[in-house]
Design a protein around this ligand. Structure first.
Ligand code: G4P
Length: 544
């Protein structure tokens, strides 16, 4: 680049370019109860954005699973998705602007909710996917609480409208009553669940008519019809949709951006992910209404603006994603500035330089080298042995982002190496699983270092730990369950008293946190009642 005045006039200053790139990015995750259609919707979104030409190339179940990660046989055997991936694809809106969508995948199974929680620290918005026949389910509720606690705006998608289900108004009431979220539908179904003809677009008043395609494998054609002609085409179903929409408006259920961003109202859309109905509208809503990356708040409560020098935080570390590359990838979300592969960053925890030669983007099972990234993007850093979830990376101006809190574990097991000659491998494996956050590792003087206690939110985390100890570290383990179900943070001065109580034990977690564990929540309540001087705190708000 030259310094001539002409060149200066045509090249945008760096921070302008960063702001521009940040503004056109949307980084979000889909939260749902298993089976609500998350994988199907993910495929449909990518399909609509024309990043792939045939549904099924990203991930899926059953026969669609041919292209899926083979990193863990357990994943296949159970037919669930444990691996989280970050998909990036461009989407051109009707007005011709191109947005970059970052869709962060979350594991569907409740046992991996801690992983999901970590992913949610890296998004600017969440899509809450609900099965039209089932409404709010336990996992949706739990994840919703996490979003509310973190102030993540939510777009609600009522899926499977092609199948018989509940009444739309009834579903809106359920959301309002059970989670105190004002619903502001942007579209309203024309035809009841099981008879999906199209939707009333409440912002334009038009009828969007959907047409089925064979197998739903390509983007479903849609027609936008003026309200004056809609009755002719959709008959009484149109009139009902109009009446119900007017009822909603009278009830204050019209979109309000401020309350959406505050997480007190949620725009709602109706879809059939399998038929690709309504998926277009979701992409439009994401690009038009979802917030773009806006820097991040550091550990001192100050905002680092998106156009500041580069910074990112690691939200996930994952090893052994496929048998061909038994390596370790740290996923970092860019908060500010530009990333260029090869940049030498600073690792805030150690103050040491971190070279980013092996940056990758991960798209489904494919990995490709990533050269540049902007705020909102996810960088996969391979061979990043030093990085842990919650770590900050920066360049030029130092910054430290807050650590990612852990969930309260609810399952505890003593881990013992089955083969005493593999002691070294045992230690290394446990340390690695701990660093990745696969399980939490607890120790106490009472139990000694040979038999650490593994703690998990869901028992399937133990299966992953066992499997990996044997397969990756050649150190098979046995697990002896302990009779505890609740954990609370405690203070050093209370340890002695707590340790003397029956059905209570105190451990030190690897990060130095003291955890008191209790057999049941009633036992916890009794201890609190009988010892009011003891301070016990939940690990995250969702646990309280
Ligand atoms: P998940 O990731 O949230 O667990 O759900 P997934 O997409 O795997 O969908 C769960 C089941 O629901 C799948 O059926 C899928 O085909 C179906 N499904 C998803 N979206 C829709 C929809 O809009 N309408 C209808 N009718 N069904 C939908 P499956 O029988 O378990 O698997 P498959 O054999 O169809 O792949």
């Amino acid at each position: 680049m030259t310094n001539s005045p002409g060149a200066a006039a045509t090249v945008a200053p760096r921070s302008d370019k960063v702001s521009l790139e940040a503004r056109r990015r949307r980084t979000f995750a889909v939260i749902s109860h298993p089976d609500a259609g998350k994988s199907t919707l993910t495929e449909a979104l990518v399909l609509h954005a024309k990043a792939i030409t045939e549904a099924g190339a990203v991930h899926g179940k059953g026969n669609r699973r041919a292209t899926v990660s083979d990193w863990m046989e357990m994943e296949k055997a159970r037919g669930i998705s444990i691996t989280s991936t970050a998909l990036q694809f461009p989407y051109t809106t009707g007005s011709g602007d191109t947005c970059i969508i970052n869709l962060l995948d979350t594991p569907g199974h409740a046992d991996f909710s801690e992983d999901t929680y970590r992913v949610l620290t890296a998004v600017d918005c969440a899509v809450m996917l609900i099965d039209a026949a089932k409404g709010l389910e336990p996992q949706t509720l739990k994840l919703f609480q996490v979003c509310r606690h973190r102030g993540i705006p939510i777009i609600t998608v009522v899926n499977k409208w092609d199948r018989p289900g509940r009444y739309a108004l009834e579903l809106m009431d359920e959301i309002h009553e059970r989670i105190q979220l004002q619903t502001t539908p942007l579209t309203w179904p024309v035809g009841i669940a099981g008879d999906f003809k199209g939707v009333l677009d409440r912002r334009t008043g038009k009828y969007i008519k959907y047409t089925r395609t064979a197998g739903g494998a390509t983007a479903a054609p849609e027609e936008h019809i003026e309200a004056s002609r809609a009755h002719e085409i959709a008959g009484d179903d149109w009139d009902t949709a109009v009446e119900e929409s007017e009822l909603l408006s009278a009830d204050g259920a019209d979109f309000d951006r401020e309350s959406f961003l505050r997480c007190t109202s949620t725009p709602v859309l109706f879809t059939s992910a399998i038929l690709n109905f309504g998926v277009n509208q979701l992409l439009d809503v994401l690009t038009q209404l979802a917030p773009s990356p806006n820097g991040a708040i550091d550990v001192d409560g100050n905002r680092r603006e998106a156009d500041s020098p580069f910074s990112a935080f690691v939200f996930k570390v994952q090893a052994g994603m496929d048998s061909a590359h038994r390596d370790r990838i740290a996923y970092a979300r860019v908060c500010s500035g530009t990333f260029e592969r090869g940049d030498v960053l600073t690792h805030a925890t150690t103050g040491k330089p971190f070279v980013t030669k092996y940056a990758q983007s991960v798209f489904g099972q494919q990995r490709s080298t990533l050269d540049t990234a902007w705020p909102g993007d996810v960088i996969g850093l391979a061979n990043a042995a030093a990085l842990r979830p919650g770590d900050t990376l920066y360049s030029d101006v130092a910054v430290q982002y807050p650590p990612i809190p852990s969930f309260s574990p609810e399952h505890f097991s003593v881990a013992r190496g089955s083969d005493p000659s593999k002691h070294k491998q045992f230690r290394k494996g446990i340390e690695q699983l701990d660093q990745e956050g696969v399980v939490q590792v607890l120790r106490s003087d009472l139990r000694g270092d040979q038999a650490p206690v593994l703690a998990a939110v869901g028992p399937m985390q133990f299966e992953v730990a066992s499997h990996r100890m044997a397969a990756e570290f050649s150190a098979p383990i046995t697990l002896e369950p302990l009779p505890y179900t609740v954990a609370r943070l405690c203070e050093p001065e209370d340890v002695k008293l707590l340790a003397r109580l029956p059905s209570v034990e105190v451990f030190t977690r690897t990060d130095g946190v003291l955890l008191a564990v209790f057999a049941t929540k009633w036992r916890l309540e009794t201890v609190q009642r009988e010892n009011p001087e003891i301070t016990l705190r939940g690990l995250v708000a969702a646990d309280q």
